[in-house]
Design a protein around this ligand. Structure first.
Ligand SMILES: [Zn+2]
Length: 76
């Protein structure tokens, strides 16, 4: 891969598409939600994108709200 850091930071971790509106994964509960819903390991400094696009964030958030019956109230 010949992606430089600047470009990498604009790519969504989940859909791998370059978007304009990105949110940091390691903010709030995004990383936790990803690990719980998508069954992926999200580790800071693993060299993968640290951002997620708003569309994916909404999807993950929706799935998280449905799947985690014991954690209601964490949804935003
Ligand atoms: Zn995405």
């Amino acid at each position: 891969m010949d992606l430089n850091i600047n470009k990498f930071s604009k790519i969504c971790r989940t859909c791998l598409i370059e978007k304009v509106n990105m949110r940091p994964i390691f903010d709030a509960y995004v990383a936790d939600m990803l690990m719980e819903c998508a069954n992926v390991q999200v580790v800071e400094n693993d060299g993968l994108p640290k951002t997620i696009c708003l569309q994916c964030l909404q999807q993950v958030n929706r799935r998280f709200c449905k799947s985690s019956s014991g954690k209601k109230g964490d949804c935003w």
